[in-house]
Design a protein around this ligand. Sequence first.
Ligand SMILES: NC(=O)c1ccc[n+]([C@@H]2O[C@H](COP(=O)([O-])OP(=O)(O)OC[C@H]3O[C@@H](n4cnc5c(N)ncnc54)[C@H](OP(=O)(O)O)[C@@H]3O)[C@@H](O)[C@H]2O)c1
Length: 286
Amino acid sequence: MTLRDPLQPIPTLSLPSGEWVPVLGQGTWTMGESRRSRREEAEALRLGLDLGMTLIDTAEMYADGGAEEVVAEAIAGRRDEVFLVSKVLPGNASRRGTIEACERSLRRLRTDRIDLYLLHWRGRHPLAETLEAFAELVRAGKIRYWGVSNFDTGDMEELTGLPGGAAVATNQVLYNLSRRGIEYDLLPWCRERRIPIMAYSPIEQGRILENTVLRRVAARHGATPAQVALAWLLRQKDVMVIPKAGRPEHVRENRAALDLELTAEDLAELDRAFPSPTRKVPLEML
Ligand SMILES: NC(=O)c1ccc[n+]([C@@H]2O[C@H](COP(=O)([O-])OP(=O)(O)OC[C@H]3O[C@@H](n4cnc5c(N)ncnc54)[C@H](OP(=O)(O)O)[C@@H]3O)[C@@H](O)[C@H]2O)c1
């Protein structure tokens, strides 16, 4: 593998507020679904924290709150190391519903604050109401920043036109080699406004790992296909990447993806296999 200094800390990027967060974090979807595996999942997250992946992404939706409980176990005694992200379901995102959902999440997470609280996707409640609730939660110190998820360009335009809407800290969206739609307009739109993207399902939940080109590029570097998929995202300095790994070997592998530097030849080959869009593609979600 073409290694940078492996002892380097994880690079950070600045949120619009000026807060620095690591560009490589940890996802938690499907964690907490089985009682049996909760301890190993919390251990995997703790290993990730030890390796510097201190941004943890969760949601009230995951395992009906079970993932937040796993996170609570993982961060017990080390809350201050962690940049904690959680999400409110759109069905709960009324003014009062958002506040109640946040309070339930705080109880499950066994903490007094969520660092970044996202609207999981757009639903029936007016955005303005959700924003009012976010503002109230910030005032009460229950969340530090707020953001959105699965918002396409039109949604972002509408959001940032609302009172307080320009304070959005991130848009968490589906982005990986096989899902490059956002490169046409959403990513440039966010870049112009310095709103960082958080890329979810960065290895397409494992579905792209058998791809021949990905495997060939990986073999050239003595790396794995997952590391190439992550390094491809991480080469963009304003994108946060949140792979989910329940197995310790995956956690270590994902951390090491930061040490993999893709060459111009690798990037060209990946572009041919996974072309960037040449027209608007509506935002996909999982
Ligand atoms: N906002 C949204 O709507 C939304 C939607 C989807 C996801 N997300 C967030 O984004 C996170 C990541 O997305 P995701 O969980 O959908 O998919 P993902 O991170 O692309 O893939 C997770 C899967 O890949 C496996 N894996 C992880 N590292 C690997 C490696 N180095 N080699 C081989 N396999 C590896 C994991 O296995 P093991 O667990 O067995 O290690 C797991 O089965 C989620 O967990 C969630 O926090 C948000």
